[in-house]
Write a protein that binds this ligand. Sequence first.
Ligand code: AMP
Ligand code: ZN
Length: 136
Amino acid sequence: MKKDDCIFCKIANGEIPAKTLYEDDMFRVILDLGPATKGHALILPKDHYANLFELPDETCADVMKLAKKMATRMTERLHADGFNIIQNNFEAAGQTVMHYHLHLIPRYEDDGQHILWNPTTVTQEELEKTMEEIIK
Ligand code: AMP
Ligand code: ZN
């Protein structure tokens, strides 16, 4: 299903042009308009899912297979030194477009980007408590 007022639905389904790297029945892969690095791309499902939690399990599997295929090709063609695959859910996690998308970000030595988090410190007790919260 598409959502009428969703820009990524329109891009994924070809109603708004974008630089397309790959397309099949389920997905379109486009270059990001505000790239973190050269080649930064987005995998967009053609159907509208707001985020990971709405994405069907089979589509999750398909999206990761496609990510691997694209990352392999992009690394080779762009001579990348590394690769980040990132996916944001909800505003608090940095999601700005509420149509599921997976970021494919080729990394280069000294590319000046800082995509990783700042590590904090934690006690064994805190880790234990968090673990219990998740698994219980
Ligand atoms: P996120 O913050 O995870 O929701 O990522 C949204 C991404 O979409 C950002 O990296 C934007 O640069 C990118 N973006 C927004 N609009 C467009 C567009 N029309 N074409 C290509 N990329 C876009
Ligand atoms: Zn959409």
